[in-house]
Ligand binder design. Structure first.
Ligand SMILES: Cc1cc2nc3c(=O)[nH]c(=O)nc-3n(C[C@H](O)[C@H](O)[C@H](O)COP(=O)(O)OP(=O)(O)OC[C@H]3O[C@@H](n4cnc5c(N)ncnc54)[C@H](O)[C@@H]3O)c2cc1C
Length: 476
């Protein structure tokens, strides 16, 4: 009888793991179990008036690097090439990014020449931060916060304005708590290997082998900065669902896993409330803290390590305005915590993907709310959709001059949606890996909780988990 692999969680990580399992030459029996009625996890696209697309989660995927290329390969394998909406290198959404500081929008310098020009809000041209970086000694600690790393290598202004904002934009997190080793491994590694991040990035670039396809070549030739899909990014999990169903993967929805127990024959019993599944191997693609609660008593050390991986909440407010114009054209802007503790940034969705503006078209922007402001209100239970909408509209009015009321508004509070790789995250991963290896548990971890939160990272984590279960090393 063939092996049964149960995959927990139907977000993009669990879907990618199931996809790669189902494509093996001798695939095991695969059962994907999802708690909610829909697949895709945080990837969710909804239609608004006139067919406009509103992303409630991720809105763009980066094509760069080996992981970016693999996701494009997956897109082609699923037959979605014609649905891809690219942002080409010469487009304003690829070239222009802004910081909102001191009550004004400031364009971040792009290109080499920009480094030599004065670039407010920074007091000196960024060339000086680069020079400092090239000459700073190598750090000695096994991990460091992003803020401390950036301050040491690039100076206090870059740390408190640029890196603070970047951590808010990518992780909705605090640069003084997040780990540089785990959040920005390429920066950490570059310093370790070449002493300087700039040198390391320059010398280390382009070394990893990458897959190729017509779509990947096009993305390279046109220097795409990101891409989406015509009907929204949720088209990707939907296409995976169709593919998996065709391949005979059993997909259970609306079935929260409520416990895992290890039987005498070392097979798992996966409890689903009033029924259960037997599994030779489990791939967990649910958040680490969720898995921590599902594990049996004999896996308590693993549960402890996983429960220590926390996540923060983000409120996503999609706004659409009729007849309005933005003061600048670009991807969007980020807001450092010193400027506004609650507004993480605003994405100018219509600039990157005007095809999703609906008919008649309306300007779409998304205000991301989070940080200490949101965490305090969530903890106090003092949040309402009205308060979030008001906060977002005020931000759009003050920061972008969008003073008229929006014609359409969607408010979603995503609780614990972005895992936080805080200082020492690598030790939690090492503890988990060591426990799994020493106990020879038939359990493999995948998902945003571990080694990257971007969609590309999650898809890769699913691919690697599948390869480990199948006993083959994933291609590098
Ligand atoms: C607001 C927001 C914006 C983002 N923007 C971007 C972006 O622009 N670009 C980018 O690359 N990335 C972005 N990300 C990150 C990326 O979208 C996520 O990290 C990624 O989608 C997480 O996928 P996952 O499958 O690991 O986890 P999830 O999406 O969390 O999926 C886990 C699944 O497990 C299920 N589950 C939970 N408990 C159980 C249980 N007990 N039993 C069964 N199932 C269970 C859940 O219902 C869920 O479907 C964004 C994330 C958010 C929240």
């Amino acid at each position: 009888m063939g092996r049964t692999v149960v995959v927990l969680g139907g977000g993009i990580s669990g879907l990618a793991a199931s996809y790669h399992l189902s494509r093996a030459p001798c695939p095991p029996k695969v059962v994907l179990v999802e708690a909610s009625e829909r697949l895709g996890g945080w990837i969710r696209s909804v239609r608004g008036p006139g067919g406009a697309v509103f992303e409630l989660g991720p809105r763009g995927i980066r094509p760069a690097g080996a992981l970016g290329a693999r996701t494009l390969l997956l897109v082609s394998e699923l037959g979605l090439d014609s649905e891809v909406l690219p942002v080409r290198g010469d487009h304003p959404a690829a070239k222009n990014r802004f910081l909102y500081v001191g009550g004004a929008l400031h364009a971040l310098p792009s290109g080499l020449r920009g480094l030599f020009r004065p670039s407010p809000p920074f007091s000196k041209p960024l060339f000086w931060a680069g020079l400092r970086e090239l000459t700073a000694p190598r750090g000695k600690d096994p991990d460091e916060t992003v803020h401390s790393f950036a301050q040491r290598r690039l100076g206090p202004e870059v740390a408190s304005l640029a890196m603070d904002s970047l951590c808010r934009g990518v992780f909705a997190g605090n640069s003084r708590e997040l780990s540089v080793r785990s959040c920005f491994p390429s920066l950490f590694q570059a310093e370790q290997t070449h002493r300087s991040v700039l040198l390391g990035l320059l010398l280390g670039a382009g070394q990893s082998p990458q897959p190729d396809s017509a779509l990947i070549s096009q993305a390279r030739a046109e220097r795409w900065s990101q891409w989406s899909l015509r009907g929204g990014l949720e088209t990707l999990p939907q296409a995976l669902n169709t593919h998996l169903t065709r391949r005979g993967v059993r997909i259970l929805r609306g079935q929260p896993v409520c416990g895992l127990s290890l039987q005498a024959d070392r097979r798992w019993k996966v409890s689903l409330g009033d029924s259960s599944l037997d599994a030779d191997h489990v791939i967990s693609a649910v958040p680490a803290s969720v898995l921590g609660k599902l594990l049996p008593a004999e896996a308590a050390p693993l549960a402890r390590a996983l429960s220590a991986i926390t996540a923060v909440s983000v409120a996503v407010v999609n706004l659409q305005y009729r007849g309005a114009r933005l003061p600048v054209q670009g991807f969007g802007h980020l807001v450092p915590s010193s400027e506004d503790p609650g507004v993480l940034g605003i994405v100018y969705d219509s600039v990157a993907f005007p095809e999703q503006d609906g008919s008649p078209p309306g300007l779409r922007v998304t205000v991301m709310l989070g940080g200490s402001w949101l965490q305090t209100l969530v903890a106090r239970g003092a949040l309402s959709p009205e308060l979030l909408q008001q906060q977002a509209q005020e931000a759009a009015a003050t920061q972008l001059g969008l003073k008229e009321p929006p014609s359409h508004c969607l408010v979603h509070l995503h609780k614990n949606c972005i895992p936080q790789y805080t200082l020492g995250h690598w030790q939690k991963l090492e503890a988990a890996t060591q426990f799994l290896a020493s106990q020879r548990l038939p359990l493999t971890l995948a998902g945003a909780s571990y080694e990257g939160v971007a969609v590309n990272d999650c898809i890769e984590s699913g691919r690697q988990a599948a390869a480990r279960v199948l006993g083959s090393e994933p291609d590098s």
